[in-house]
Design a protein around this ligand. Structure first.
Ligand code: FES
Ligand SMILES: [Fe+2]
Length: 328
């Protein structure tokens, strides 16, 4: 475990890609949860995730060769085909073909699972993977974000931003319960007023009222944020240009995280807002992320920070978060 931030990787649902990153019969390598993985989509359109290494001789299943060089390896039907000797594996991690064998290895002949398969869900135009350090099956489901449904005509398309952040995910999540840092790190006009800070099972909800600078002058905005487990967060900004942010966090390893930010803005007269306030909101959040990033990359985790009366409910947040750490 890292000395700077001594927490394990939490369990839960974590975004590993957007749906549009992966066409039918495509594959790609992933590295999350301190593990090498391969993501592929079957010809019938289902996203699947397996451990990366082929149990035959250890080739990585996510890197194609020859016609596929520079991309993922081949997918045929429901199976991904290893680029090294052509053995094929389905999404359950069973070998479906050893093209040049007269006699299959016994485990394959018995139809056993030979590669670890990871639970996958695809919703909100996002592909989520369930991680649990002990391989325990999902204990909850990711949340549907109605604004991210591509059939929803009232809301625009996803505007994507992403960051690699050199810290453990819990440190990033803690921002949501830290009103004071907005003034000092982000230069807001004042410290936003937290109206709601709720912790309820796997859910966390917060509501902040804040003054925001926009090209049309200062406005009072409401920021409603909600988490489902440690990996999925949705932030809804209202007051001027209605914006929904899917702010999903995924552990790369114990000290590195990936932030997937997708902004969705409400259409005005059937069209997506462009420029002006709509862009300013997105830009402002992205600027805030790059500011936070400097703090996160260098700060140390203190188990017992020295807090004052107007600090946020850090102890409650940490207690809530700790439910996602598996008992050793
Ligand atoms: S290493 Fe995968 S088929 Fe040989
Ligand atoms: Fe921040």
């Amino acid at each position: 475990m890292s000395k700077r931030i001594p927490m394990p990787i939490p369990f839960g649902w974590f975004q590993v890609a957007y749906s549009h990153d992966l066409g039918a019969a495509q594959s790609m390598p992933l590295r999350y949860f301190d593990t090498d993985l391969v993501l592929f989509r079957t010809e019938s359109g289902e996203a699947r995730v397996l451990d990366a290494y082929c149990p035959h001789m250890g080739a990585h299943l996510g890197y194609g060769i020859r016609d596929q060089a520079g991309g993922g390896s081949m997918v045929v039907g429901d199976s991904i085909v290893c680029p090294f000797h052509g053995w094929a594996y389905n999404g359950e991690g069973r070998c479906t073909d050893v093209p040049y064998a007269n006699n299959m290895p016994p485990r394959i002949a018995r139809g056993e699972q030979v590669i670890r398969s990871w639970p996958v869900r695809e919703l909100n135009q996002v592909i989520f993977v369930w991680y649990h350090p002990q391989g325990i099956e999902p204990g909850f489901e990711p949340e549907t974000v109605p604004e991210a449904d591509p059939e929803n005509a009232e809301w625009g398309s996803l505007k994507l931003h992403g960051w690699d952040i050199q810290t453990h995910m819990q440190e990033i999540g803690e921002n949501a319960v830290d009103p004071a840092h907005f003034l000092y790190v982000h230069g807001t006009q004042n410290i936003p007023t937290p109206e709601v800070m709720e912790f309820d099972g796997i859910h966390r909800r917060g509501r902040l009222v804040s003054k925001m600078a926009t090209p049309k002058g200062e406005i009072t905005g409401v920021i409603a944020n909600a988490s489902t487990g440690p990996g999925q967060a949705t932030v809804r900004f209202s007051g001027i240009c209605d914006t929904v942010l899917m702010a999903n966090l995924t552990p790369v390893d114990r000290e590195n995280s990936r932030a997937f930010y997708a902004f969705i803005q409400k259409k005005v007269d059937g069209r997506e807002p462009v420029g002006g306030v709509a862009d300013a909101i997105v830009k402002d959040i992205c600027r805030q992320m790059s500011e936070d990033q400097i703090i996160w990359a260098h700060k140390k985790y203190f188990d017992k920070p020295m807090l004052c009366d107007n600090d946020g409910p850090f102890a409650k947040f940490r207690k809530w978060y700790s439910q996602f750490y598996a008992a050793a």
